[in-house]
Design a protein around this ligand. Structure first.
Ligand SMILES: [Fe+2]
Ligand SMILES: [Fe+2]
Length: 248
C-alpha cells in the first residue's frame, strides 16, 4: 500500500503517504501526509532523513515534487523535519513552522532562511489555489513548546502531530483505529510522559472541539475516523500526564 486517499473530491485531495514495507527504516513509525489542490501540494511533516526516499517515491505517484509549494512542520523534532534539506532541493516549497524553531532548523543543513514562514503563537492560516482554507491550530506544549496542528477545512481532517500517537510492535500498526478501547493501551505511555501536564490538553481541546473534525490524522500510529475521533477527544481530556503524575 503505497498511498491512500483519505479524502478526494472536486480537485482537493488529502493523502496518506504510506509506510515502510522493507523493515529498513529506523526509528519510530511515522506517517506523512500530502494535500493536493488544483495541482499544487502541501506536504505535512515530511519526516526524517531515513524515510525521504520512500516518501518521495510514493508522493511522485500523486504530484510532481516541483508542484509542492508548501511544507508544514508541526514542531522541530527530527522525525518531523530531519529530511528538510532534501526537500529544499527537490521542491520550491516554503516551510510553515512555529517561529520559535527557525534558527534551530538551520541545523538540519538548510541554507535558505528566506524559505521559512514563522507561525506566531496565536496560529495562522493558508489559502490553497482552489480557495480551500488551511488553519494552523495552536497546540503548544503538546509536546513541543512551539507546536501547531493543521486543520483542512475542506476535508474536515485534523492533523495532530504527536497527539494521538500510538506505538505498536514493529509492522503491526493498523492504518485506522478499529477498536478504540483496544487502541488506548498503545497510546498511554507516550502521552503520559511527553505531555507536561493535562492543563495544556484542556486548553487545546477548547479550540479543537469547535472545529468540524471528521477525521484525526496523527504523525504516529493509526488514523481516527468519525466515532473514534470523538472518543479520542474524550479520552485525552482526562488522562494524567507529565508533572501531574511524575514522582521525584
Ligand atoms: Fe515530537
Ligand atoms: Fe513525532
Amino acid at each position: 500500500m503505497a498511498t491512500e486517499a483519505l479524502y478526494e473530491k472536486d480537485g482537493h485531495g488529502f493523502y496518506w503517504l504510506g509506510k515502510d514495507e522493507s523493515g529498513n527504516e529506523e526509528g519510530v513509525q511515522a506517517n506523512q501526509y500530502l494535500i493536493v489542490e488544483k495541482g499544487q501540494g502541501l506536504l505535512i511533516d515530511p519526516g526524517g532523513f531515513g524515510v525521504f526516499s520512500r516518501v518521495l517515491v510514493n508522493l511522485s505517484h500523486l504530484i510532481d515534487p516541483s508542484d509542492i509549494r508548501n511544507i508544514f512542520l508541526c514542531h522541530q523534532d527530527p522525525d518531523v523535519g530531519g529530511s528538510l534539506a532534501s526537500w529544499f532541493e527537490m521542491t520550491p516549497a516554503v516551510v510553515h513552522v512555529s517561529e520559535l524553531w527557525i534558527r534551530f532548523l538551520i541545523h538540519y543543513g538548510v541554507d535558505d532562511i528566506k524559505r521559512f514562514r514563522g507561525i506566531p503563537d496565536a496560529g495562522g492560516s493558508l489559502v490553497l489555489p482552489g480557495g480551500g482554507r488551511i488553519e494552523f491550530v495552536p497546540a503548544h506544549f503538546l509536546h513541543s513548546p512551539g507546536n501547531f496542528h493543521l486543520f483542512d477545512h475542506t476535508s474536515g481532517i485534523l492533523f495532530t502531530g504527536d497527539i494521538g500517537a500510538a506505538v505498536y510492535p514493529q509492522g503491526q500498526t493498523p492504518m485506522f483505529v478499529e477498536n478504540f478501547e483496544d487502541h488506548v493501551r498503545y497510546m498511554e505511555a507516550f502521552h503520559g510522559r511527553y505531555i507536561p501536564t493535562n492543563k495544556v490538553i484542556r486548553r487545546w481541546l477548547d479550540h479543537a472541539r469547535k472545529l468540524p473534525v471528521r477525521m484525526i490524522a496523527p504523525q504516529h500510529g493509526s488514523i481516527f475516523r468519525e466515532e473514534s475521533a470523538g472518543k479520542f477527544f474524550d479520552w485525552i481530556g482526562n488522562i494524567p500526564c507529565g508533572i501531574d503524575v511524575m514522582n521525584g
